[in-house]
Design a protein around this ligand. Structure first.
Ligand code: SF4
Ligand code: SF4
Length: 431
């Protein structure tokens, strides 16, 4: 079911940072061939060696070997990296770029950040991974808009001085209600295939609650008993990609303990979360429950690709954008296309540069809005070339980023999760 995933040569531990002997070995496995350069979004945009995978590995090696301190310039080149892992897919030497980057970022966090960045991080890491705090923040945001404060702030020109706030402001055209209750259990219909548990996510549970409900219905229609365990917290993906490894490990252990052990699969519909879950085996390998959870994690498309679903025709021309953490992080490329291709009447057209990052990359579009905007412009241009009426992609960050790009350009383009299209075609009756 899962497409092959190369994890050989990954460092066994990063507790000692880049200087850890296993990590240095992994860094030294780079043979400087440059095959990764053409697939790297920042290198393609800036043409700067130090903003390429090879250049970044070179910088990491210098730090690991004690020839370079963690300077502002070093930090800048690593901050500009999207963590998209396209280089990992391309690399013939199996350099584990994703985990090296996470280790390098942990070193940077330990060395300390300037106050401006620390304030931004305090907001991002103090709100997003906490569902209750996120619900409060979304409630405040709803009031800010309802009371006309957003229009006032926009007219004042204040956002021009704070591009990161402007980026956040542009991402959410409507703030959904946060009191939606997902069923805790949905029984299988038709031929029973087993039992699965759904990761509801942090952003996903509020901003894409409909995708979670559609995921449960589709899985039930495919013959799976579906549980959405109450009390599950954040998977820690943001902290992992931000180099906050201690906080990430705490979250990973807690999440693994919150999931039942009697399920066949843990299902995710958010590529970033799924990638972090699969990485538990690497980062929290000493925790048996976390390792088990990692081994049983599957993207929803992997379970739906071969499902015999009762589907009505859906005449629509659709293209598909590969979320980096699905294509490169989890090596899942075929399953979403196969699942979409099962919808009668739907025409799936190829997207050039489908695996090139859209600029979302977790909170990258908020932290690095300029580069994110350039990548978004490229992505939108490619989507327009396809002539598709809808673009499907399985990650909340990509959905918001591409939808923003389409909105700002006045495009008549629907931006949807693949399960939304499958659910639209599904013959489903409430019982
Ligand atoms: S493809 Fe791999 S081995 Fe070649 S330069 Fe890039 S990271 Fe190094
Ligand atoms: S993770 Fe992405 S942005 Fe970073 S070096 Fe690799 S290809 Fe470039």
């Amino acid at each position: 079911m899962t497409e092959p995933r190369t994890i050989s040569n990954r460092p066994a531990t990063a507790k000692a940072g880049l200087a850890d002997p296993a990590t240095i070995n992994a860094i030294r496995s780079c043979v400087h061939c440059g095959i990764c350069l053409p697939v790297c979004p920042t290198y393609r945009t800036l043409g700067e060696e130090m903003d390429s995978p090879r250049g970044r590995v070179y910088l990491m090696r210098a730090v690991a070997e004690g020839r370079l301190d963690i300077t502002d310039t070093y930090t800048r080149h690593l901050d500009l990296c999207l963590g998209c892992r396209a280089c990992e897919t391309a690399c013939p030497a199996g350099v584990p770029f994703g985990s090296l980057l996470e280790t390098a970022r942990a070193d940077i966090e330990r060395a300390g950040r300037p106050i401006r960045r620390r304030l931004m991080d305090a907001f991002v890491f103090g709100v997003f991974p906490y569902p209750q705090r996120l619900a409060i923040a979304l409630g405040l945001l709803r009031r800010y808009r309802r009371w006309g404060l957003q229009a006032l702030v926009r007219r004042s020109g204040l956002l021009r001085r704070f591009p990161r706030l402007a980026a956040m402001d542009a991402l959410l055209p409507e703030v959904p209600r946060t009191d939606f209750e997902l069923p805790e259990f949905l029984a299988a219909r038709g031929r029973a295939r087993g039992r699965v548990a759904l990761l509801v996510g942090c952003v996903q549970r509020f901003l894409f609650a409909d995708v979670n409900l559609d995921t449960m219905r589709l899985l039930a229609a495919a013959g799976w008993d579906v549980v959405a365990p109450r009390g599950q917290g954040c998977c820690g993906a943001l902290e992992l990609h931000g180099g906050r490894l201690d906080a990430f490990r705490v979250r990973a252990r807690a999440l693994a303990a919150a999931f039942p052990s009697d399920v066949d699969w843990i299902v995710t519909n958010a590529a970033g979360c799924g990638s972090a879950l699969r990485d538990y085996a690497h980062w929290v390998g000493d925790d048996a429950a976390a390792s088990r959870l990692a081994a049983r994690t599957r993207d929803v498309s992997e379970l739906l690709a071969d499902a015999d679903l009762p589907l009505n025709p859906l005449p629509l021309t659709v293209t598909y954008h590969d979320p980096c953490h699905l294509a490169h992080g989890q090596r899942v490329r075929t399953a979403p296309r196969t699942a979409l291709g099962r919808i009668p009447g739907l025409t799936l057209v190829p997207l050039a540069d489908s695996e090139l990052c859209c600029g979302s990359a977790g909170v990258y579009n908020v932290l690095e809005p300029e580069m994110a905007d350039q990548l978004l412009a490229l992505k939108i241009a490619r989507i327009v070339e396809t002539g598709a009426r809808a673009v499907a992609t399985g990650n909340p960050g990509c959905l918001m980023q591409i939808a923003r790009g389409a909105r700002e350009r006045g495009l008549d383009l629907e931006v949807v999760h693949p399960v939304t299209l499958l659910a639209r075609a599904l013959r489903w009756e409430e019982r």
